[in-house]
Design a protein around this ligand. Structure first.
Ligand code: PEP
Ligand code: MN
Length: 339
């Protein structure tokens, strides 16, 4: 059950609700987010929820049986719009996030950021702490690089999304990040998820390398129940038996996540395929499937990219994708699809 308190509910009113629930052997957990104050309950006894609904200080009560409660659409039917200082993810407009796999230097950042600006895109991606399979691969420019990445972008009105790999990095990164990305390899790093729950900045949460939909939603539940409702889910392909491409982009995941959860869903066809020449089709397919936006890797000269060159679009390819993505978004609106 999820109980939402009114904005002016008193401590006494909240305690009374808790004690009624305790008398029915429900365990409760208070969740205070930027948006509201909730009580999430776990228990199996029969209880007429109207009894709670009629109590002072309660604005709404919903029965949600499974453990994906706060992220569930069973509770919140309307889609969540994540607002980042005026930029909305999950609303009427398609979200396009683009940038290199890795931040390399300030010239590269300035070139990509100007290209994005020309194309009306105001969120730039780029890793400064890179999770690499081999310890000998390029592992990112680190905090110094993040500072100049952020400085260049903010001077151009562009928001920065970058991956955080460890709790210890959060404080140092905080001032230079607009959206924290939790990568596939950390999708079930529960201490990192707990820390993301304590943040007052949005989090883009990627699906794990072999993660199920349920596992992704449970991970999102960690963040939400920790106090941060500004979560964006990301389908980035999963590991299957198929070896013809880096990952198997799971198109089914998009409408299924949209039906199960009220959170916005972004698709990442770059990691989802690993193959530059098919990124565009898969991105467009993701939009038709119901995604709220796309995140793609781009570079002025992909062949020179220090990581993920094989899946990185050049500017001509990227421009074509942006154009197609916006047209596909408009087309999708005409289809009256369920999500
Ligand atoms: C990335 O987006 O930079 C990245 C490393 O992706 P993933 O975590 O999906 O592998
Ligand atoms: Mn990459």
């Amino acid at each position: 059950m999820i109980i939402q308190f009114t904005d002016n509910a008193t401590i006494k009113e909240k305690e009374e609700v808790k004690s009624v629930l305790a008398s029915y052997s429900f365990r409760t957990r208070g969740v205070i987010t930027g948006g509201a104050s909730y009580l999430v309950t776990v228990g199996s006894e029969e209880l007429d929820i109207r009894k709670i609904g009629n109590m002072k200080g309660v604005s709404d009560v919903h029965r949600v049986e499974d453990d994906q409660k706060l992220v569930s659409r069973k509770w919140k039917v309307d889609p969540t719009i994540v607002n980042i200082n005026g930029t909305a993810i999950g609303g009427e407009e398609i979200t396009i996030i683009a940038g290199p796999c890795s931040i390399e230097n300030s010239e590269q950042v300035a070139t990509v950021a100007s290209f994005l600006k020309q194309n009306g895109i105001n969120i730039m991606r780029g890793g400064v702490f890179k999770p690499r399979s081999s310890p000998y691969s390029f592992r990112g420019v680190g905090l110094e690089g993040l500072r100049s990445f952020h400085e260049i972008c903010s001077s151009m009105g562009i928001k920065v999304i970058t991956e955080v790999m460890d709790n210890e990095q959060i404080d140092d990164m905080y001032d230079y990040v607009d959206i924290f990305q939790v990568g596939a390899r950390n999708s079930q790093n529960f201490t990192l998820l707990d820390a993301m729950g304590r943040l007052d900045k949005p989090v883009l949460l990627k699906r794990g390398l072999s993660g199920t939909i349920d596992e992704l939603l449970y991970s999102a539940e960690y963040i939400f129940s920790g106090g941060n409702e500004r979560i964006i889910l990301c389908e980035r392909g999963i590991r299957t038996f198929e070896k013809s491409y880096r990952n198997t982009f799971d198109i089914n995941a998009v409408p299924v996540l949209k039906r199960k959860s009220h959170l916005p869903v972004i698709v990442d066809p770059s990691h989802g395929t690993g193959i530059r020449s098919i990124v565009r089709e898969i991105a467009l397919a993701g939009i038709i499937a119901g995604a709220d936006g796309i995140m793609v890797e781009i570079h002025e000269t992909p062949a020179k990219a220090v990581s993920d060159a094989a899946q990185t679009l050049d500017f001509v390819e990227a421009e074509r994708l942006f154009y197609n993505a916006r047209a596909t978004w408009k087309f999708r609106e005409q289809l009256s699809l369920p999500v």
